[in-house]
Design a protein around this ligand. Structure first.
Ligand SMILES: *Cc1c(COP(=O)(O)O)cnc(C)c1O
Length: 455
């Protein structure tokens, strides 16, 4: 039989609905709380920050939500995305297992972030918003939002985490090309930024700080709203297009995964590929494991605490029930900038707590090693974030071989690494330190967050 290396779908086969896991979760997530009153926040509390349609999606329990035509129209430029069987990688490993990957790097932003950027820009435009503020870590989210905002005629201001701003000048220029304004964070433009700089003028920044800055600017102007690239339920909803497609593609391949793997920053690419498969498990009893892989230097799922915490550093968001390292946590400058976030999305947190998904943490050198092997066999240079998923997939294949069994492994290749080449340079120079957090450091950071116990 001929080898099928790539499973593609036609535009007509593209799913037209996102999947909402909130319909099928046995334990619904706890509500977000107002930090002052400790009462659940209502839609009106969020209206200064997000358009109403996204707030509705945030709390919806409808199983399927129609993708608007304007969004489908832009999706069609790069979706459905291909699913590959990694024959060359399998051969290099000498594994008996089958390894598949869904490739989300083949769009203008180079990552899965375009899937929600387009939807968010669309809903903001439809409600009369003129300007959007947002944060970006490694720059993928900022790039995704820049093009989407420009397409729908919105202005965009991006607060880019300082360490990534310095490491990845190409990303800033890409955002500028799409007409966005990019400001390194912490900045002197906001009270949140100035307060961090007073304490540490050389602060490398963090996603939490950049979120505070972007929110602060947004709430001061009725025509400006804020947009987040991960973590929130509506973001995760938009990413389920990945798994919706992958289900059809695996069926076309005549296969079904035993395990689905994604790297973990705030949860969007993992949830995007995994939740449609989790639906099959919850509703149809399909046996499957879902595995997240996070950096050992930012281990919220494996070592954080399930608690009510803020989504940002300054404490401007509602309190969210999630696994967190504490909102003041400043992760080590690992090169997977998109994974440097102190918390985890509420949906993933609840599902992890309830035992539906697994979490593991890895050191960065092992992940770069996996990424280089992948590049040398499959030809795609992965984003440093995606290397964590690849390393997770290699673990599964090796474990199966030791047990003398063959598994079908599917992972999400969340993006390409063309703007991250300096991180690979450091890896080749043997200049990429491993950093693992001690439990004392974690306890200290959680105590530092100074939160009431609301669980
Ligand atoms: C942003 C990003 C991530 C991490 O964010 P999630 O919301 O956890 O997916 C992972 N991979 C790439 C390529 C990214 O751009």
């Amino acid at each position: 039989m001929e080898k099928i290396r790539k499973i593609i779908l036609s535009e007509n086969e593209m799913p037209r609905q996102w999947y909402n896991i909130q319909a099928d979760m046995p334990n619904k997530p706890l509500p977000p709380l107002n930090p002052a009153t400790h009462k659940p926040v209502g839609p009106e509390d969020l209206a200064a920050v997000f358009p109403m349609e996204l707030i509705k999606q945030e709390v919806s329990t409808e199983r399927y939500i129609d993708i608007p035509d304007e969004v489908l129209d832009l999706y069609r430029i790069f979706r459905p995305s291909p699913l590959f069987r990694a024959f060359n990688l399998e051969k290099a490993l000498g594994t008996k297992s089958k390894i598949y990957y869904k490739y989300e790097g083949g769009n203008y932003s180079g990552s899965h972030k375009a899937n929600t950027a387009i939807a968010q820009a669309y809903y903001n435009k439809a409600e009369g918003v003129r300007r959007i503020t947002t944060e970006t870590g490694a720059g993928q989210w900022g790039s995704a939002m820049s093009f989407a905002c420009h397409h729908f005629g919105l202005e965009l201001v991006v607060f880019m985490v300082r360490v990534s701003f310095d490491q990845k000048p190409g990303r800033k220029l890409l955002m500028n090309t799409y007409n966005a304004k990019v400001i390194p964070s912490p900045s002197t433009m906001t009270a949140a930024g100035r307060s961090v700089l007073e304490q540490d003028p050389d602060s490398p920044g963090s996603l939490g700080i950049a979120i505070s800055e972007a929110m602060e600017v947004a709430i001061q102007d009725p025509y400006t709203k804020y947009s987040l690239g991960s973590v929130l339920n509506h973001v995760i909803l938009h990413q389920t297009i990945i798994g919706q497609e992958a289900l059809i593609q695996m069926e076309k391949a005549g296969d079904y995964p035993d395990v689905v793997i994604g790297c973990f920053g705030g949860g969007s690419n993992f949830s995007g590929i995994a939740f449609p498969f989790l639906r099959e498990k919850l509703l149809n009893g399909k046996d499957i494991r879902l595995v997240t892989v996070e950096p050992a230097s930012c281990p919220k799922l494996t070592k954080g605490k399930f608690m009510y915490d803020f989504g940002d550093t300054a404490g401007m968001t509602p309190l969210l029930p999630m696994y967190s390292l504490g909102h003041n946590f400043i992760p080590d400058k690992i090169h997977a900038g998109g994974l440097r976030y102190h918390g985890a999305g509420v949906l993933v947190s609840q599902l992890l707590k309830d035992g539906f998904i697994e979490a593991k943490a890895k050191l960065q050198r092992e992940c770069f090693e996996a990424g280089v092997l992948f590049a040398r066999t499959e030809g795609i240079l992965p984003a440093p974030e995606s290397n964590y998923a690849i390393a997770g997939a290699l673990d599964e294949a090796r474990k199966a071989d030791l047990e003398g069994v063959s598994k079908t492994i599917l992972f999400n290749l969340s993006g390409h690494g063309h703007f991250d080449i300096s991180a690979y340079e450091k890896y080749f120079e043997n200049n990429l330190p491993d950093h693992e957090l001690s439990s004392e450091e974690i306890d200290k950071s959680i105590a530092n967050a100074n939160l009431p116990n609301l669980m």
